[in-house]
Ligand binder design. Structure first.
Ligand code: GDP
Ligand code: MG
Length: 323
């Protein structure tokens, strides 16, 4: 059974959502397509998506597994539209939630026109990369290998690395990049070459299909990842309880769920200092993104074992309906 997001994507693809159709262009040569970004956790998938979009939409962190949902990023160019998907990192499933994340990532393969597989220039091909490459076998979709973080290595190290990877899979392209420095080489052009003629799916100024609520909750989660340690970030979920747009200000109330009382204490911090810091940083980013003044109120609640709680996961959009 398709998950809510996959289902939506599938419909989109087939042009069945009526809201999408009026944007169809008369221009014969308009190109469009879907591009999936895959790779081990922490290789820079979200950074790449943000570099492509020039705005902060996907959550970025130096801790793995921060991306839980698929995120669409839309790049509109004259004559073309590229729709990118940032997938959860592929890794061995542990919790129910992680199992869902891996499934979502794998499900995107057959639905897209190009797959971008990210690896890190600082590492030789490892077990994690091989696991991903195995899942690609017998796939007709072209796979580009993007060797990211080239800013961290010497130029001479690149060629042997490219040769090593080319032995593992018949990649359609191998492109060295530095997502962080926005140095993407000929990536966009190479993708455009592989896209079929197709409709304009979204208005030119739209960057993502994710509701603003989701993006704000991700920003809050990002700050928790930045400011707290060890298991705390992985034990939190953020739910936007209310988002009220007034003429001069948007009022947002969010609850941060944690699994234990001790985690609640850490998140709130001495005299509420930690929560205040999370709130301030998240508010600043959200103001930039939404272009409006924001009043952000954060609550912390304990919900034991939420990661194994089907209903909670469903509410967060982290498991398949009926699964
Ligand atoms: P994801 O888990 O694959 O989405 O990875 P993220 O995009 O969250 O990035 C993980 C970490 O790698 C973050 O600290 C990024 O700043 C860092 N990173 C991403 N791309 C680059 C790059 O091109 N160069 C360097 N030096 N760091 C990068
Ligand atoms: Mg990510």
């Amino acid at each position: 059974m398709l998950c809510a997001l996959c289902g939506k994507f599938f419909l989109l693809r087939k042009g069945l959502i009526s809201g999408i159709l009026p944007l169809m262009t008369d221009e014969q040569k308009f190109k469009s397509g879907f591009i999936s970004i895959i790779g081990r956790p922490n290789v820079g998938k979200s950074t790449l998506l943000n570099a492509l979009l020039g705005e902060k939409i996907a959550i970025i962190s130096d801790k793995p597994q921060t991306t839980r949902n698929r995120i669409l990023g839309i790049v509109s160019r004259p004559g073309a539209q590229l729709v990118f998907m940032d997938t959860p990192g592929i890794h061995k499933p542990m919790h129910k939630m992680n199992e869902f994340m891996v499934k979502t990532a794998l499900a995107t393969y057959s639905e897209v026109d190009v797959i971008l597989m990210l690896v890190e220039a600082t590492e030789q091909p490892g077990g994690g990369d091989r696991f991903i490459i195995e899942t690609l076998s017998q796939l007709k979709t072209p796979v580009f290998l993007l060797i990211n973080k080239t800013d961290l290595i010497k130029k001479e190290a690149l060629l042997p690395l490219m040769q090593g990877y080319s032995k593992l899979y018949n990649f359609a392209e191998i492109i060295p990049i530095s997502a962080l420095r926005n140095d993407l080489g000929n990536l966009v052009e190479a993708i455009l070459m592989r896209l079929p003629q197709g409709p304009k799916y979204f208005p030119d100024d739209q960057l993502t299909d994710q509701p603003e609520r989701f993006v704000v909750s991700e920003l809050i989660r990002e700050k928790i990842f930045e400011l707290t340690k060890e298991e705390i970030p992985y034990s939190t979920a953020v739910v936007i309880e209310e988002m009220k747009e007034e003429p001069d200000i948007t009022r947002i109330t969010a609850t941060i769920y944690v699994e234990r009382d001790s985690q609640k204490g850490i998140l709130i911090g001495k005299g509420g200092g930690m929560l205040k810091q999370i709130g301030t940083l998240a508010r600043q980013d959200a103001e930039k993104l939404l272009g409006t003044k924001i009043f952000l109120q954060l609550w912390v609640k304990v919900k034991k074992g939420w990661r194994e709680d089907e209903r909670m996961l469903k509410n967060l959009g982290l498991v398949t309906e009926g699964e």
